[in-house]
Write a protein of this length. Structure first.
Length: 390
């Protein structure tokens, strides 16, 4: 039995696809260890997961757009989280001595610790931002980010001449996406674009399935966990837009109740929805979302068209790819009116070309092999070089 250590941030959209890969490895007889914020990991992974907590703390809320949002993400969360978890991670690796480490691109401390202990490691890219490096054409931004990472490297006491970018393993970069969502251009051979990963997720017995009305076309509205206060204004416009769509459309809002205005009687609102189960059951006709890679990939894999209202980070890029592929429409998050949003939602519901394109793009994403291909590539690291894989 080999040990795989998964180093993940406390972000649902990062943990869920990794859980599908972990399940595949476990089915093959391997032991998977998880490390990160246990209060986030445990509800997502279930009671049977082997979670080694690194503790938790409060981090600054993310905000802004464009480069300001990138700075907020890195300086307000990624770097502080790496500093906070570095020592616990090192202790975990010393005690449990994994054979391979899978490191999310937003937990660079995992790569640094793996390097220190000479362990083979792979990068995990559940989004397009780091995978595509859209800011590479901006030398000042790239230099700023490299400076942050070098600072973490030096803080860990590693030799400067050994520095390697902890976002990108030279052995393997696993990405839960595909060419249709990453744009044109070849990727290095160590990149494995495996497509969406659909693992089993803990059941949510509290979801009100009985409120899903027969004979209605159903639209899921989910704007992720990072919209913050901006989400209240958008959700108010979305509620009005879904009302304008007519009585034959039933909205399901996945959002904290305080972000939602008064809802019409036929609308459903819950803090969290079993999104994958809803898609698998065929209960959704369209998805209105922020353009996050996981939500988009899962919807397309089930042939469901989208309306995207991207907020920040890689979301505008992903949203543009969806629209270019004909699998959905993009609207401006901050400026779209209820009437404009209603037109977009009715457009993807009424025009079968969007659903056909979603099915076509989804089939291409699924061709990446998902969890099986990811597990194959991770197993290949068991026989590869250790420190040399960096």
């Amino acid at each position: 039995m080999n040990r795989f250590l998964f180093v993940m941030p406390p972000l649902t959209g990062h943990v869920n696809p990794a859980a599908g890969i972990a399940a595949e490895l476990a089915e093959r007889g391997h032991h998977v260890l998880w490390t990160g914020t246990e209060t986030v990991l445990r509800p997502l992974l279930g009671p049977g997961a082997h979670v080694l907590g690194t503790g938790t703390r409060a981090f600054r809320a993310q905000g802004g757009h464009g480069l300001a949002a990138l700075r907020s993400l890195w300086e307000g969360f990624i770097v502080p989280y790496a500093r906070f978890t570095a020592k616990p991670l090192d202790a975990i690796v010393r005690e449990h001595r994994p054979d391979v480490v899978l490191v999310d691109q937003h937990t660079p401390a995992g790569a640094i610790v793996a390097h220190r202990h000479g362990l083979p490691w792979a990068s995990f890219a559940p989004g397009a931002m780091e995978l595509g490096r859209p800011y590479r054409a901006l030398p000042q931004v790239e230099a700023w980010m490299t400076g942050l990472l070098r600072g973490l490297w030096e803080r860990a006491g590693l030799p400067a001449e050994e520095f390697t970018d902890p976002r990108f393993s030279r052995a393997l970069v696993l990405a839960t996406t595909g060419p249709a969502l990453t744009g044109a251009g070849a990727h290095p051979p160590e990149y494995a674009l495996v497509g969406p990963v659909h693992g089993e997720r803990p059941a949510d017995p509290s979801f009100p399935w009985e409120r899903l009305l027969p004979g209605r076309r159903r639209v899921l509205v989910t704007m992720g966990t990072l919209a913050g206060e901006l989400g209240a204004d958008f959700h108010a416009r979305a509620v009005r837009a879904l009302e304008l769509c007519g009585e034959d459309v039933q909205p399901v809002f996945a959002a904290p109740r305080e972000l939602l205005p008064e809802l019409p009687p036929h609308a459903v609102a819950v803090d969290r929805t079993p999104i994958l189960e809803m898609m698998t059951r065929g209960t959704l006709d369209a998805v209105l979302c922020h353009g996050g890679m996981n939500t988009v990939g899962e919807a397309l894999a089930h042939g469901i068209p989208l309306v995207t209202a991207p907020i920040r980070h890689d979301q505008p890029f992903v949203a543009a790819q969806v629209e270019a592929a004909g699998a959905g429409l993009r609207v401006p998050f901050a400026r779209v009116s209820p009437e404009g949003l209603a037109r977009a939602v009715r457009g993807v519901l009424d025009d079968e070309r969007y659903r056909a394109a979603a099915a076509r793009v989804g089939a291409g994403l699924l061709a990446g092999g998902g969890a099986r291909t990811a597990a194959d590539r991770l197993e290949a690291l068991l026989d590869g070089p250790a420190a040399g894989s960096l």
